[in-house]
Design a protein around this ligand. Structure first.
Ligand SMILES: [Fe+2]
Length: 306
């Protein structure tokens, strides 16, 4: 029966290996490759093969090169060590297996060290289209091909620098309530910028408008919608807009932003960091994303070492 996994399968929300790692507080784990079931590999194959035409049509050329460089097998869930063998000589990046959500300071700090926290479970084959949480298809097929590009990889490292700058700023604030208020605002700005670029960004390219955001690159329906639908608003990137723009994660994005190039994206993260230092991220508009307790705590903990 579709969707029923052999014991020990690595299906999202139904993987005993992951539950045990979480119960033991282990965030950084290994990928127990032998636990993937036949259904898991089948889900990967169906996800990957149906995307191939869409990538050719809608994806940024650097992403297409990245897919080639990584030599991903369309038929089987990838082994992270195989992916890393092709990836790390190009940009120094590595996919690092994790058991679940990585609190945001730690996530950004991993990027700074050229490590990408990677989910190892895969969605249930019966629900290929909608998944609120990331899975290995989103992380490896949606994110990691972009990490083969030097300018893009450097941009992610720059995000990591931004998180350290935020922790430094927090370290300089003595009033505890004010510290939490400002960290919360800065976090929102960083998360919104990340969302509208790394996850859902569009870019001008030779062949017209193309997708480089991983949320789009891993979604069969939304990748086409993002470029073709007349209902989507597409605007040139404006930093002051993006940091104040809330977003919702459970439906197609009605508003997307366009950057000019990967160099442009890199410069924008530098500008974001300057704005942070100037206090321009201290009072952004309220609304999504919410700042979870682990996210906030991760920044406050990091600020103690500054
Ligand atoms: Fe993502």
């Amino acid at each position: 029966m579709a969707g029923v996994q052999a014991p020990g399968g690595l299906t999202t929300t139904r993987a005993p290996f992951i539950e045990q790692a979480q119960a033991e507080g282990r965030l950084y784990i290994h990928q127990p490759y032998e636990l993937y079931s036949r259904d898991n590999h089948d889900a990967w194959r169906r996800l990957f093969t149906r995307m191939e035409d869409r990538w050719q049509r809608y994806a940024n050329p650097r992403f297409l090169q990245g897919i080639d460089s990584l030599c991903l097998d369309p038929d089987r869930v990838p082994k992270l060590e195989d992916v890393n063998r092709f990836l790390s000589p190009l940009t120094g990046f590595q996919a690092k297996p994790v058991s679940g959500y990585v609190p945001s300071f730690l996530f950004f700090d991993c990027l700074r060290n050229r490590e990408f926290p990677t989910t190892i479970t895969i969605r249930d084959g019966a629900t290929l289209d909608y998944l609120p949480e990331p899975d290995i298809f989103h992380d490896i097929a949606g994110h990691v091909p972009m990490h083969t590009d030097r300018a893009f990889a450097d941009t992610l490292v720059r995000f990591g620098d931004c998180a350290h700058t935020a922790a430094e700023i927090a370290a300089g604030i003595t009033d505890e309530r004010e510290k939490i208020r400002r960290v919360t605002s800065i976090f929102k700005a960083l998360a919104r910028f990340f969302w509208f670029t790394i996850e859902f960004g569009l870019m001008r390219s030779e062949g017209g408008l193309k997708v480089f955001g991983s949320g789009l690159l891993s979604s069969y329906g939304e990748i086409a919608n993002s470029i073709d639908s007349p209902e989507v608003q597409r605007y040139p990137m404006q930093l002051e807009w993006v940091i104040n723009q809330y977003f919702e994660i459970d439906h197609y994005q009605p508003l997307l932003f366009i950057v000019d190039s990967f160099d442009h994206l890199f410069e924008l993260v530098g500008e974001l960091e300057r704005w942070m230092r100037e206090g321009r991220l201290d009072n952004v508009a309220p609304g999504e994303p919410a700042v979870s307790e682990p996210d906030l705590r991760s920044f406050l903990e990091a600020s103690k070492g500054k």
